[in-house]
Structure formats: C-alpha cells, structure tokens
Design a protein around this ligand. Sequence first.
Ligand code: ZN
Length: 237
Amino acid sequence: MRDELVALAKLAEMDLAAWEFDSELKELPERIDGMRDDAQVLENLLAGERQQLEAAEALLSERRSELELRKSALTKARAKGAQSRNFKQVDAAEREVEATRRAIKEREDEIASLELTIEGKTESLAERERQLGEAKEMLATEQAAAEVRLAELRKQRDKVLAGRDEVKDRISVRTMKRYERQRSIKGKGVVVIEDGTCCNCRMSLPAQLYIEVQKGEESIDCPQCRILLLYRGVVEV
Ligand SMILES: [Zn+2]
C-alpha cells in the first residue's frame, strides 16, 4: 500500500508538471484560431465592399449610357423644334426639349453622386485591404512562432511524463479511477499534506482520519472535497 501511495505522489507530481504545458498547448492553438477568425471576418467585409463597388460601377456605366441616349434625344428634339411649322408644334417641341433637359440634369446629378460613392468605397476598400494584409502577415508570423513553441512544449511535456506508465502500473485500477475523476474535476487528483489540514479545501481533518493518513496504510480521501490525501512523511522516504 505504501508503494502505491508513493507511486501516486510521483504520478501527481508528473501530471502537475505536464499540466503546466497542457494549458499552453491548449491556449496557443486557440489564440492562433482566434487570429485566423479575425482575418476571415476582414476578408468577408472586404468581399462585401468589393461587391458594393462593382454594383456601383455597373450602375454608373448604365447611367452614362442613358445620359448619352438623352443627349442624342435632345439633339433630335431641338431639330424637331427648328422644323416646326406652327405654334402647336413649336410648343410641343419646346416641352420635349425641356423634359429631356430635365432628364439629362437628373442623370448628371446621379452620375456625380455615384462617382462620389465609388471614390469613397475605393478608399475604404484600399484601407480594408491594407488591414487584411497586416492581419495575414501577423497571423503567418504568429503561426510560425507557435509551431516552434508547440513542438518545444510537446517535447518538454513528454520529458516530464516519461515513465508515467511504469508509475501507473504500481497503482491499483480502483485508486487510479478515483485519482483521474478528481483530476478531471479539480485539475489535480491528490494533495500531499503536512499537517491536519486538506490543502485543497482547507478543511481541518478529524483527528482519527489524520492519524490514518499518517499511517499510510490505505488511500483516504478528504471527507469534504473527496481529493485523495497523502502524508508527506509517507510519500517522501
Ligand atoms: Zn479537502
């Protein structure tokens, strides 16, 4: 039993050392994923802006063709006016010239406003492209650094966990189950105590229980938090 408790303390020490690497091994790829998501959001915004710009440019070219048509219509209306033979024809021709002029003015105003919109959109598009370029560059740099760091972390983690299986073999299946269950909840499966207090939940242990823990003849959990209790004098021999 004592050997099992010693092995348990050793296992807990290994797992704690590995846990420090585990958190970084988990957080680092998450951070890179977050950066990739941010770059994707920018990419989507950019695609939206490009579409808007294309739509505005298509509309502008349509309006310009319409303007040309109106202009030739104006020339025709004026020619008609010049050929008018009576007051009624003159009046009709003048009204047609006036209506066409108004239509031309409307088209010209619309074209000017479209040109302004396109100018603005082109500028914001350039700004977004610059931001995206920066984000992608940063992502590539961080990703390369993260890969190096992750390889190093994995190496260090493997190092602290070397021989874990041999240590585990010295612990009963039942105790391992209790240990792993507590570890999955609390991040650690055992605590090594030096006095009558559980260092996980700070509970002051009942005197008889503390004596049992000190004897090191069986694995005992804290009555309050259920973590396995090891006595330093038992596991450090
Ligand atoms: Zn406790």
